[in-house]
Write a protein that binds this ligand. Structure first.
Ligand code: HEM
Ligand code: HEM
Length: 191
């Protein structure tokens, strides 16, 4: 009962695709806010853009928890790439996941060390991950800033690869993360 050619069908289910594009939106916001918000010193209050960074960040943490659980329980259709490319792609995806977990976690640790409570949607408080004023929390803030650049580089590589597949190799890798783009059987306009 094959319905559509596998290669033109999204390999990721609707939940995985929604989580992917929601993450893209939240990460883009975090970079813009993180790089434009004022410098933080001892005694800085988490208001304005800093409050936005924590608010969007708390949402991202929740989304990443759901995403990792979903990924471990719902495997996408295997890709059809040559073995070497497939391995490189899987390693990049793994590193992306690692950075997507590590960067927010380090930001959260740093926020705790500043005595700031991270709240989901400004309401539900997350536990503190380090003691107020701790050196560890302070240092993790520096690592957070550096790892954000690593994440940025991984994303640049990832997006370049997606576009390379789409416009140079002209294969169906991009469609794996998009809604079904093949001949539609649910469009009533096709007369
Ligand atoms: C992937 C998501 C995130 C990205 C891309 C990101 C990016 C950034 C960037 C670029 C900076 C400025 C670093 C610098 O100027 O050196 C920053 C600072 C900061 N971020 Fe994030 N951030 C993310 C998630 C979070 C989360 C989830 C939290 C907390 C819940 C958080 C809390 C902070 C704090 C407290 C600082 C100030 C660190 C310091 O100056 O010591 N970030 N972030
Ligand atoms: C913030 C930016 C982005 C992040 C953090 C990100 C992260 C990820 C991750 C972690 C995966 C692996 C999914 C899994 O195995 O569960 C993935 C897959 C994918 N992403 Fe992204 N992505 C970003 C932006 C984009 C953009 C802009 C595009 C398109 C131009 C894109 C296209 C894809 C495609 C096509 C796949 C599936 C690849 C395959 O399975 O062969 N991503 N992305």
């Amino acid at each position: 009962m094959a319905k559509v050619q596998q290669s033109t069908h999204p390999a990721y289910d609707a939940v995985a695709r929604t989580l992917h594009w929601l993450t893209v939106l939240l990460i883009a916001m975090q970079f813009v806010i993180g790089w434009t918000m004022p410098d933080i010193h001892k005694g800085t209050q988490p208001v304005g853009l800093i409050a936005w960074h924590l608010g969007v960040g708390s949402t991202l943490i929740a989304v990443m928890v759901i995403r990792v659980v979903w990924r471990l329980t719902h495997w996408p259709t295997p890709d059809e790439l040559p073995p070497l490319l497939s391995v490189v792609s899987r390693i990049t995806h793994f590193l992306l996941y690692a950075a997507l977990v590590a960067v927010p976690l380090l930001g959260w640790i740093n926020a705790s060390s500043r005595g700031w409570t991270v709240r989901l949607l400004g309401l539900v408080p997350y536990p503190a991950l380090s003691e107020t004023g701790s050196d560890f929390g302070h240092e993790m803030g520096d690592v957070h800033g550096v790892l954000a650049w690593v994440l940025f580089a991984l994303i640049a590589l990832h997006v370049a690869a997606a576009l390379f597949h789409r416009f140079v190799l002209k294969d169906h890798v991009l469609q794996r993360m998009l809604p079904h783009a093949g001949p539609s059987n649910d469009s009533p306009r096709n007369q």
